[in-house]
Write a protein that binds this ligand. Structure first.
Ligand code: DC
Length: 230
């Protein structure tokens, strides 16, 4: 059976990672969370204090330090997935904070950051057998991937999901704060000059505002099976 590359792009909190992980597990493929890589670079910049109180990034300092940032994924049997390591230390929890979410779009606008991460993502997908999710996977990172999905949902559905997720993790963030952050990120991610969030022409669009995870999974799996059998 051939091992293909599956690209899943979409808006923040559109359910990409849940589906991508489920598909990867069921196909016995590697799951690569490209957003985790942008988040890890953001964490690095925050630790170095290169993002000031107004959210301004000290771009030159970050670009000069890119060679000191090593990102890897290490499989955690407890969570059943690869978790992101920044310079050898697992930072999977630290990159999910509201603080990182607030500043990640500024980091992902920097073309030197994107070039470095895109190259790393392409290397990871060499040889196939991967499900990768992000914003530019079907358009820039893996334009030749065999299956492409573009996931979307209403802002309310996405805010509700992300808010519940944060609450489960014990975070005290209001619904409005979550929605404002998602709207901000949608705007910045979709309008930046370098690789904006865009639907690939050949992507299958999944609007999951009113679909259960099981319904989405079945629909996506049927499309993948068609490609595998075709
Ligand atoms: O998928 P996520 O919400 O964890 O991604 C975090 C941020 O990283 C998101 O606001 C945009 C950026 N990102 C990107 O620019 N390109 C990708 N391929 C993945 C994420």
């Amino acid at each position: 059976m051939k091992r293909i590359r599956i690209a899943i792009d979409g808006l923040s909190a559109s359910g990409k990672s849940t589906l991508a992980q489920g598909l990867a597990k069921s196909l016995n493929y590697l799951y690569i969370d490209s957003g985790a890589m942008y988040r890890a670079v953001t964490l690095f910049a925050l630790r170095e204090k290169w993002i000031d109180r107004n959210g301004e990034l000290h771009v030159d300092a970050l670009v000069a330090a890119l060679d000191r940032i090593f990102l890897t994924f290490r499989f955690n049997p407890a969570s059943g997935r690869g978790e992101i390591c920044l310079n050898g230390r697992n930072v999977e929890k630290e990159i999910r904070t509201h603080e990182v979410s607030k500043h990640v779009s500024v980091i992902s606008k920097v073309s030197e950051v994107r070039n470095k991460l895109v190259r790393a993502q392409q290397r990871m997908a060499d040889g196939g057998g991967v499900v990768m999710d992000g914003r530019d996977i079907g358009t820039v990172v893996l334009p030749d991937s065999e299956v492409k999905f573009f996931m979307t949902a209403s802002i309310d559905a996405r805010s509700r999901r992300r808010h519940t997720e944060l609450q489960k993790r014990g975070r005290d963030t209001s619904f409005e704060e979550v929605r404002d952050n998602l709207e901000d990120r949608d705007r910045i991610d979709s309008t930046r000059d370098h690789s904006p969030l865009q639907q690939a022409e050949d992507a299958v669009v999944i609007d999951n505002s009113d679909l259960s995870i099981e319904q989405q999974f079945e629909h996506m799996m049927a499309i993948i099976q068609d490609t595998l059998n075709g």
